[in-house]
Design a protein around this ligand. Structure first.
Ligand SMILES: Cc1cc2nc3c(=O)[nH]c(=O)nc-3n(C[C@H](O)[C@H](O)[C@H](O)COP(=O)(O)OP(=O)(O)OC[C@H]3O[C@@H](n4cnc5c(N)ncnc54)[C@H](O)[C@@H]3O)c2cc1C
Length: 482
């Protein structure tokens, strides 16, 4: 049956759009979670909606699963192919279709990279606010599927808050419009449902993003701290003082040293932790807010403060933060990026525990994260060739369990994919998982879109030994969250 699927795809699509040779499939074997690899049955590269419909028709008729792929920068294995499945790359959907300065919106195809949107509308004095560190490469279709965040999301919201409309195709080949270009769409908020749905519900064909006017001025404060706990407290104190910085990021010493060697951003190498806090707005607002942030950070124990003196220095400070993952990649053969979110007040406790586990597991851990959102990214350093992957995964699972225990969630922005599928059994109980499956079945009754990702089967949870039963104790109360 499977070779027949490839033949049918070839018959339905233009020449060169169906890849089946092993060497041609290599680039599609994994996403950013490269410890997991699989060769798909075929990779297809559609360039218009009719071709997507043709692929889904073949998938339906041959009961072949389909995994959508944007740029493959995902860190949870969402775009990991299935051996018996079609890998559908959306790379050829790469046009900015229309920009409306009047309504401050842009209609783009899903393969357009995040950064290209801001570059495209920059001359109009506009930009697209969510800015994942991977923005030079990741696609807007992937951003919607993961509900991606970034440095500026503390003030301006995640992808879901910056998208007005998604045009998508269901497995049946029906085109659906979720949301609208007006202020609010009627009916259930299916646009929000599409965000973070990890390619399980439909294939995104077009996205209308909201654009913002570029702020008149922006400045970054870099504050040094003698330990990660006091930096964590400073984060809570900044927010507690009623300040909402445009970005509030933390890096520990291991991370700043790795970055400084790579980017020469001018970070304080003696500090155990640094905070980068941005203020943006009118010149007067920025001056006032920056002064307030410095006051709070000093009162929270900052041992040094630097303020960006010009735009070039501001961008340099951020370029270090944005290059932190690849910088850490230079000091270790492998690293495992964890993504969990906790209430800000729990930052000191959780960071201390991570430090203790790092010593226990004998694996170094660099912390680089969206501190203002409480979105942690511990980067566990390991060497797969020395058999350290399993230990790194156990360390990561401990961190995620702790995130849930302190009232947080096991993903902030990187999604569940295959990486955190077992931990979903820790976060959610049976009734909740059943509802998630019901939503999936409403869109995709035969389970052909990205099966095995995002939501664990109840059987899997039982095997994992973490099945929640009704009435079971949840660490943060027994209230279902749908
Ligand atoms: C160095 C580095 C830094 C990063 N920093 C951040 C960060 O700051 N913030 C953040 O949120 N993430 C970050 N990420 C993670 C990643 O870049 C984001 O998750 C991003 O949104 C993935 O986009 P992509 O185009 O690469 O998607 P892919 O990896 O190709 O796919 C991700 C998921 O989206 C689905 N998908 C893709 N396109 C479509 C489509 N058209 N229709 C339906 N489903 C689709 C896939 O099936 C998959 O489940 C980082 C990654 C790296 C490598």
């Amino acid at each position: 049956m499977k070779p027949a699927t490839a033949e049918r795809l070839r018959a339905a699509l233009p020449a060169g759009s169906v890849l089946t040779e092993r060497e041609d499939l290599k680039p599609y074997e994994c996403d950013g979670l490269s410890a997991y690899r699989e060769t798909p049955l075929a990779a297809v590269l559609p360039s218009d909606e009719a071709q997507v419909a043709a692929i889904l028709k073949v998938a339906r008729e041959t009961k072949t699963p389909v995994v959508a792929r944007g740029s493959g920068t995902g860190l949870s294995g969402g775009a990991l192919p299935l051996a018996d499945g079609i890998l559908m790359s959306m790379a050829k959907f790469n046009r900015v279709i229309e920009v409306s300065a009047a309504s401050r919106q842009a209609r783009v195809q899903p393969g357009v990279t995040n950064l290209r949107i801001s570059q495209h509308v920059g001359a109009l004095g506009l930009y697209y606010a969510p800015d994942p560190s991977s923005q030079i490469a990741c696609s807007i279709g992937g951003n919607v599927a993961e509900n991606s965040g970034g440095v500026h999301c503390l003030k301006y919201g995640l992808t879901v808050h910056n998208v007005a409309r998604v045009r998508a195709m269901t497995i049946e080949g029906d085109v659906v419009e979720l949301g609208c270009e007006g202020l609010d769409a009627p009916g259930y908020d299916l646009l929000a449902l599409a965000h973070g749905s990890e390619g399980l519900l439909a294939i995104t064909l077009e996205v209308t993003v909201k654009l913002l006017p570029k702020p008149e001025s922006a400045q970054v404060v870099m504050a040094s701290f003698p330990d990660v706990e006091s930096a964590g407290e400073a984060v809570a104190n900044v927010i507690g003082a009623g300040i909402v910085p445009a970005g509030l990021e933390m890096m520990d010493k291991l991370a700043t040293r790795a970055v400084e060697d790579f980017v020469h951003a001018g970070y304080d190498l003696e500090a155990e932790a640094i905070l980068l806090a941005e203020s943006d707005g009118t010149r007067e607002d920025v001056e006032h807010e920056t002064g307030k942030m410095i006051e709070v950070m000093r009162a929270s124990g900052a041992t040094g403060i630097r303020v960006s003196e010009n735009e070039a220095q501001r961008l340099l400070y951020w370029s270090g933060r944005k290059a932190a993952f690849p910088a850490v990649g230079r000091i270790s053969p492998d690293y495992y990026c964890i993504d969990g979110t906790i209430p800000r007040a729990a930052l000191p406790r959780v960071l201390k525990q991570i430090e203790a586990w790092s010593a226990e597991y004998g694996l170094a851990c660099a912390n680089v994260f969206h501190a203002g959102d409480g979105n942690l990214h511990p980067l566990i350093l390991f060497d797969a060739n020395k058999g350290e992957l399993e230990n790194a995964e156990k360390f990561g699972a401990d961190i995620l369990r702790l995130c849930v225990e302190v009232g947080g969630v096991l993903t902030g922005e990187h999604g569940v994919g295959i990486e955190k599928i077992n931990q979903m059994c820790v976060q959610f109980r049976t009734a909740e998982l059943e509802q998630f499956h019901a939503v999936k079945a409403a869109f995709d009754p035969e389970g052909l879109l990205n099966p095995g990702k995002g939501v664990p089967t109840l059987h899997r949870c039982a095997e994992f030994g973490a099945m929640r039963v009704k009435g079971g104790q949840l660490p943060h109360g027994d209230i279902p969250r749908f």
